[in-house]
Design a protein around this ligand. Structure first.
Ligand code: M6R
Length: 364
């Protein structure tokens, strides 16, 4: 049932090209994005004045990445929230809000409660859900299924990746309807989106390098992930992977925030992963890399092919293929999933069933 893989997590990591391809394919009609089958009409998307995107854990990290993409592409304000926070803070939902609830299982108690609260307050709810017929899928006004297939490993990988592409599709279609993305440019973006499965595969084909690095650093006590913008959103997810399956204390930081306190934790050989996929922020994050390096950090740089100057500072560099910067999260997360996985394996831990955790958190 693990298809020849040692763990479900590794199997699911390898299923990502297909999961991403299937999810994109489900919402394309010819070379147009089409949500009419889920009842989400263009008029609804055209009238949105605010997005609220809500989830727990990794689903919240997707919300954060989606915020950057949606705001940049649609110019519509986006608020994001952790479901357990949203439900208890008496949120103000302005008129014409679309509340997006992201959940793999569709049964997460806090996310379901957030959905019900949003409906009570009169907002329309779009559920991004993987499990067919789950509570969140049933109770949403519109249900956009992701096509990851069953995910067994507690640490999410392929569901996360499909949630990201689902959000790109929502952003692209909304931008197109609002006249912010021409039909021609939208087609170009779709074509680029369709290259992601191949690019993910290319990263997977190089996994031995990450495995080698993971075995070398498996006994690290602390780890830091740094990035700006979308790279900060990836940092959060990379850091969570490390914590949940490898039991390494890890923090994700917005790179510019580092010198406001956290940098005092950096000492000789502290492992720092710098993520630099956004070319407009590259130099800014490099300067943060220099700062940690000069305090003795051991630095892994994660960037796109071509940015070879990263090697001036990084002790170990990982490159992912170039893509539209909005989609970079989908590629940069793959080496970080592999890193978490291989550290866990090197430590001999129970990768698929980490201690204290359940796949689906159905109680608050
Ligand atoms: O089923 P859901 O997507 O609602 O689950 C949300 C979180 O519990 C989940 O993403 C969790 O953070 C994962 N174990 C992370 O790998």
């Amino acid at each position: 049932e693990k298809g020849g893989y040692e763990h479900f997590m590794l199997k699911e990591i390898h299923e990502q090209p297909k999961a991403v391809q299937d999810t994109i394919g489900a919402y394309l009609k010819g070379n147009q994005i089409d949500f009419s089958e889920i009842g989400l009409e263009d008029e609804e998307l055209a009238s949105i004045e605010r997005f609220y995107i809500i989830g727990c854990g990794s689903a919240y990290h997707v919300a954060m990445a989606a915020k950057y993409v949606l705001e940049d592409m649609t110019q519509i304000p986006v608020e994001i929230d952790i479901a357990s926070e949203f439900r208890y803070r008496n949120p103000i939902l302005v008129k014409n809000s679309l509340v997006v609830i992201i959940s793999q299982s569709g049964e997460t108690a806090d996310s379901l409660a957030a959905l019900r609260l949003a409906k009570e307050k009169g907002a329309a709810v779009l559920g991004i859900v993987n499990v067919v017929g789950s509570s969140i899928a049933r109770e949403s006004d519109y249900t956009l299924y992701t096509y990851a297939g069953p995910e067994i490993s507690v640490a999410t990988t392929k569901a996360y990746s499909t949630q990201l592409v689902a959000m790109y599709l929502v952003a692209m279609r909304t931008a197109q309807i609002r006249g912010l993305l021409s039909d021609e440019d939208c087609e170009k973006m779709i074509a680029e989106l369709q290259t992601l499965p191949k690019k993910i595969q290319k990263i997977l084909d190089d996994k031995e390098r990450i495995q080698w690095f993971a075995s070398k650093y498996a006994n690290a006590k602390d780890m830091f992930f740094l990035g700006r913008g979308l790279d900060y959103a990836i940092s959060l997810e990379g850091s969570l992977k490390m914590k949940e399956i490898s039991y390494i204390h890890s923090e994700a930081y917005a790179a510019g925030e580092l010198k406001h306190g956290t940098i005092s934790l950096i000492e000789d050989n502290t492992l720092v992963v710098g993520i630099l996929t956004q070319s407009n922020l590259y130099e800014k994050t490099v300067s943060n890399m220099v700062e940690v390096k000069s305090r003795g950090a051991y630095l892994m740089g994660l960037t796109t092919y071509g940015n070879y100057s990263i090697e001036d500072n990084a002790d170990f560099s990982v490159y992912v293929p170039k893509t539209d910067p909005h989609f970079a999260t989908s590629l940069a997360i793959i080496p970080l999933q592999l890193l978490g996985y291989y550290v866990s394996v090197a430590k001999g831990l129970d990768v698929d069933k980490p201690r204290n955790l359940a796949k689906s958190v159905t109680v608050e």
